[in-house]
Design a protein around this ligand. Structure first.
Ligand SMILES: Nc1ncnc2c1ncn2[C@@H]1O[C@H](COP(=O)(O)OP(=O)(O)OP(=O)(O)O)[C@@H](O)[C@H]1O
Length: 232
């Protein structure tokens, strides 16, 4: 789905990506790593939102910068989600659905997936932060894209919502959809992830089948020297 070769992205003096080479296959890939490591930049370059400073990336076999049409089959939720606040949830989701060549009726379906169907006709400025997260997720799923990118889908949601969101992802994965998920909260995805990529300091630090790298990932997120609840 994504083939990145020696990908670099600089923002002035900031080297957000410094030679990322990775192939992301169909299935569910978790992208992990520390704050500021380059995960979101990798996602945005892969989508063709940013032009790489150096190197190449192919999304579904095409350069996404030169062939933006490739994005039609792709859903995206950014973090934090940004929306025109005076529009209603319905207007926003219809706008996304039309851009994706989907039907207006898909808007209700996507809203129901994340429990915001009753808020669709309200202005986004009145949404709580939890509802904004649900709206951004509905935006990624509207029209049933084949590949769904989610940046921090579990950030700022309550405990019950975590289970609810993971259930929706699990169901859609079961229907053959592929996911690229950036998440600090990776444990709920442990049983679902096929592959993992750790990006740190703008480089790929670790990659592979998730079950093979799961122990290393757990180790990375454990505070230094602490094991089984006590200092090692
Ligand atoms: N548009 C931009 N302009 C300038 N600097 C940017 C831009 N986007 C990202 N950066 C910088 O690039 C580096 C990588 O950021 P990025 O958001 O990709 O990291 P991340 O791994 O997704 O981190 P986080 O988990 O905090 O979102 C950071 O130093 C960030 O401040």
């Amino acid at each position: 789905m994504i083939e990145a070769r020696d990908l670099h992205k600089h923002f002035g003096p900031i080297k957000a990506l410094q030679g990322v080479t990775v192939e992301i296959l169909e299935g569910l890939t978790l992208i992990l790593g520390p704050n500021g490591g380059g995960k979101s930049t990798f996602m945005k370059v892969s989508l063709g939102l940013y032009k790489p400073t150096k190197g190449t990336v192919k999304l579904l076999g095409k350069n996404p910068w030169k062939h933006p049409d490739v994005r039609k089959g792709i859903g995206v939720a950014f973090d934090p989600g940004r929306f025109p606040k005076l529009t209603t949830g319905r207007e926003w989701l219809e706008f996304i659905a039309r851009a994706r060549g989907a039907d207006r009726s898909d808007v209700e379906k996507a809203a129901r997936l994340f429990g915001i169907e009753d808020a669709l006709d309200r202005r986004i400025e009145g949404y709580s932060s939890g509802m904004l997260k649900r709206l951004s997720l509905a935006q990624a799923f509207v029209g049933g894209p084949d590949v769904i990118f989610l940046d921090e889908p579990l950030a700022n949601v309550d405990f019950e919502s975590v289970a609810e969101i993971v259930r929706v992802i699990c169901k859609w994965k079961g229907k053959g959809r592929s996911f690229v998920i950036i998440s600090h909260i990776w444990e709920p995805f442990e049983g679902l992830a096929d592959y993992g990529v750790v990006i740190s300091g703008g480089k790929v630090y670790l990659k592979g089948e998730f079950r093979e790298i799961a122990d290393d990932v757990a180790e990375m997120f454990r505070p230094l020297g602490i094991k089984n609840g006590s200092p090692g």
